[in-house]
Design a protein around this ligand. Structure first.
Ligand code: SF4
Length: 335
């Protein structure tokens, strides 16, 4: 089915944001710059021999409304993007129509790749038809001025909700409603690790309940694992490269533990070595974990570095919606 494993990269070019989307945790200011682009481009050239270079995601805050950024038209960004099949831009599309038109026309000319949009949505507004129609109107406007269709026929955009720590008021049918009413499945982002690994603790305290109570037969948690969990996800930020663990989605964790090439050259061999040593650490952590050690989903979670996170956060219980995953038979199908 797949000839090559896929590499997707999140390239952080923005910090701070003029919007305030629901439960956002990435809108903190910090200087943003591109460095080690030569190392990164050399690495991607080597990777392209062995892997399929899929999606470059520009963000993490609104690329049209951040407080500090490397502009997406910067030659360094364009050169990095040239390795990938798709460029996805994070944007709320909440700006003025004229600004959206200008950005779409500029992006259509700058990038030759397939373009997708990653749009943060407020989970509490799932039934707000006016809000939904407004976002789709802006998507259609962007596409009209891009000069070519967005994304693929099955997926033009990603709707991304931030996993809320307070979730009593989140609709139990939220995933179904996004598919049926919004026309695209909802993805849930866990961005708290960008503030540091410890910020993931409250998220994992609530994640099982959130997913278990909101996923039914037609939902896609296991499907997402099978489709999105196949491959390698990296985060390139201010000259540092991080490996991304995977939960329901890839998770950016700005921690030394996930940093790659600490003392080595940026080569494919060293990338594989670093990832392998994280995998070994993950398997060892799973064997030492009270629940993971005897769990039949162990190999899947180990592959995605969940036990490394549990160990780092001193979490001794399972953080997966295990019953849902078993019901849908998602054991090792991700790889
Ligand atoms: S499903 Fe839970 S207990 Fe099993 S390996 Fe994953 S985190 Fe550990």
């Amino acid at each position: 089915m797949f000839d090559k494993w896929e590499i997707d990269v999140q390239l952080d070019i923005t910090a701070g944001c003029q919007r305030s989307c629901g439960d956002c945790v990435v809108s903190f200011n910090s200087p943003m710059f591109i460095s080690r682009a030569k190392d990164f481009n050399g690495l991607m050239s080597q990777c392209s021999e062995e892997f399929f270079l899929g999606n470059l995601i520009l963000g993490p805050t609104d690329v049209f409304a951040s407080n500090q950024s490397v502009d997406y038209s910067d030659p360094a960004v364009l050169e990095i993007a040239s390795h990938f099949k798709t460029v996805t831009l994070s944007t709320s599309l909440l700006g003025k129509k004229i600004d959206i038109i200008n950005h779409a026309e500029k992006i259509g000319k700058l990038f030759t790749q397939q373009i997708k949009l990653s749009i943060p949505v407020d989970l509490r507004e799932v039934d707000n038809k006016k809000y939904r129609d407004h976002i789709w109107e802006k998507i259609n406007l962007f596409e009209e001025h891009l000069g070519r269709p967005l994304g693929t026929s099955s997926r033009k955009v990603y709707f991304i909700g931030n996993l809320p720590t307070k979730q009593d008021d989140i609709d139990p049918n939220i995933f179904d409603k996004f598919v049926k009413d919004w026309g695209v499945q909802l993805d849930i982002a866990i961005n708290n690790g960008r503030k540091g690994i410890k910020d993931l603790k409250p998220v994992f305290d609530n994640a099982v309940e959130f997913f278990t109570n909101r996923i039914d037969k037609v939902n896609n948690f296991p499907g997402a694992l099978m489709e999105e969990g196949r491959g390698i996800d990296l985060l390139f930020r201010n000259g540092e490269l991080y490996y991304m663990p995977f939960y329901n989605e890839r998770i950016g964790v700005l921690d030394n533990k996930f940093k790659l090439f600490k003392n080595q050259d940026w080569t494919l061999d060293n990338l594989i070595k670093d990832i392998n040593s994280l995998m070994v650490e993950s398997m060892e952590a799973s064997q030492a974990h009270p629940e993971c050690a005897t769990c039949d989903l162990n190999s899947r979670c180990s592959l995605f570095l969940i036990p490394v996170l549990l160990n780092s956060l001193d979490i001794e219980t399972c953080v997966q919606p295990k019953e849902v995953m078993k019901k849908h038979g998602s054991y090792n199908q991700a790889h």
